[in-house]
Design a protein around this ligand. Structure first.
Ligand SMILES: *Cc1c(COP(=O)(O)O)cnc(C)c1O
Ligand code: SF4
Length: 453
């Protein structure tokens, strides 16, 4: 991609247009579904697509045999099962599904997979290694990641936790788990005993899948720990299933009660969501955000940078502006983790850096996302430009994480499809591969011996 930003191509006010047509009526099986039915969270859950056969059933002859075969083939290779809300399913452009950013994220085609990078890892971020007890990762001094559940309202084919989320697939056996109060109590006890912890990320899995009772249980138990100052509930829900915010009053009230309890204690309770493409945003998203915002919620967004989904300046600028317009703060854009089955999604680090440069300056600074690389091996999140050394020819960046793992060196690797043919050949040979990595390591070790400690 080019680094010359052509501002004339970014329509200035496009981000204020929120799609509000009856788009689901384009799906043959839902042609007569009324707005009222479509708005109902129970209808959405009941009609979610969970099997390839259902794709064919709802699409009828809009699904060609070739496409169907490709989806079946995708299921053999994908690390994730299928689960798609009717909302997202009907936002897919079925006249061109192959290039559609939503189809890419939730309904992988066999023909689009690429062989994994030689350095890929199932637990790329060392979440299991940095876990002192089950369900909890404690990597940074004052914050922890708590995974109370491993189920979600949709399954993203690129999930960074594909090793545990969403049940076994044809290619992977998983230890997916649902809510388990006993194991949660152990987590609260660990946090209670570690008084440096101030911040808890409640992720998973997805907080949409927690019942109102479970939300209250987790929220109250965390907030009553004196040293806890901040908790965040992570849910992709607002992006892929805004109807729940609009019609599941009990769920919203439970979140609200926890948020108010936090406020009474002088503590923050916020929601982190996950929009990756402007195609996920409609009037429904805006209405859901209007409800959350009026009720006092702070919502932040974390997106993943993906080829063919959002690795384009116009797309990233539009996403940033549209999120801001809905009162969602664009917080992070992640380089894609090096997990299996995702090589076709990944981009080079250079692309991340170029996009960051293009987005910065297009809107308020506090609504400008930080582009980060969550270092494979558990070094934590680092700003994309803060590498120690970057061999662009071979796609090797070398990093340090002085506060997280002092003295250690970390590597991120660009996807092979972004490299020259010669570089790809070097990667295919184990000897030259090790030489390239060692040469990059040595550059950084030599640099550091010159610098004062
Ligand atoms: C991302 C993450 C956090 C939260 O990090 P922030 O930069 O504060 O958003 C906490 N723990 C782990 C293990 C994480 O991966
Ligand atoms: S919503 Fe999050 S945890 Fe669930 S499948 Fe998607 S990326 Fe994974």
């Amino acid at each position: 991609m080019s680094s010359n930003v052509d501002h004339s191509k970014i329509p200035e006010l496009e981000h204020r247009n929120f799609r509000n047509d009856d788009f689901w009526k384009e799906i043959p099986a839902w042609a007569s579904v009324t707005r009222g039915e479509f708005a109902d969270h129970k209808w959405q859950t009941k009609n979610s697509i969970r099997k390839v056969e259902q794709v064919k059933k709802v699409l009828g002859d809009r699904c060609s045999d070739e496409l169907y075969q490709d989806i079946l083939d995708g299921q053999k290779k994908a690390p994730m099962n299928i689960r798609i809300t009717p909302y997202i399913f009907s936002l897919i452009d079925w006249s061109n599904p192959v290039n559609d950013p939503l189809r890419k994220q939730f309904l992988p085609l066999g023909s689009q997979f690429l062989p994994d990078h030689p350095m890929h890892m199932a637990d790329s971020l060392n979440e299991d290694v940095d876990a002192p007890i089950p369900l909890l990762t404690h990597r940074y001094p004052d914050k922890v990641l708590f995974l109370p559940t491993t189920i979600c309202p949709v399954y993203c084919s690129y999930c960074t936790r594909s090793r545990i989320i969403g049940g076994s697939t044809e290619s992977i056996d998983k230890e997916t788990y649902g809510a388990n109060q006993k194991r949660w109590d152990d987590v609260f006890e660990y946090i209670m005993k570690n008084s440096r912890i101030e911040d808890v990320v409640i992720s998973g899995g997805d907080s949409y899948m927690l019942t109102p009772k479970q939300i209250r249980y987790i929220g109250e138990n965390l907030l009553k720990i004196p040293h806890i100052r901040r908790i965040r509930f992570a849910t992709k829900g607002i992006a892929i299933f805004p109807m729940k915010v609009l019609t599941d009053d009990e769920w919203v009230e439970a979140m609200q009660d926890v948020m108010k309890l936090g406020r009474a204690f002088g503590k923050q309770v916020v929601i982190h969501t996950h929009f990756s493409s402007p195609k996920e945003i409609t009037k429904w998203s805006q209405m859901a955000m209007d409800r959350l915002y009026t009720e006092g919620f702070t919502v932040r967004n974390q997106a993943v940078l993906q080829t063919g989904v959002n690795n384009h300046i116009d797309t990233m600028v539009l996403l940033t502006r549209q999120l801001s317009f809905m009162n969602i703060q664009p917080y992070y854009v992640y380089m894609h983790d090096m997990v299996p089955g995702c090589e076709h999604f990944r981009t080079s680090l250079k692309e991340g850096i170029e996009l960051e440069k293009a987005v910065r300056g297009t809107t308020a600074g506090f609504n400008t996302p930080t582009f980060v690389c969550d270092l494979p091996g558990g070094g934590g999140k680092r700003n994309v430009s803060s590498y120690e050394y970057y061999d662009q020819e071979n796609g090797i960046s070398v990093w340090k994480a002085p506060n997280v793992k002092p003295g250690q060196i970390f590597f991120y690797y660009d996807p092979l499809h972004s490299l020259s043919k010669e570089a790809q050949d070097r990667w295919m040979n184990e000897k030259s591969r090790n030489e390239m990595i060692e040469a990059a390591r040595k550059k950084v070790e030599d640099q550091s011996s010159l610098k004062p400690k």
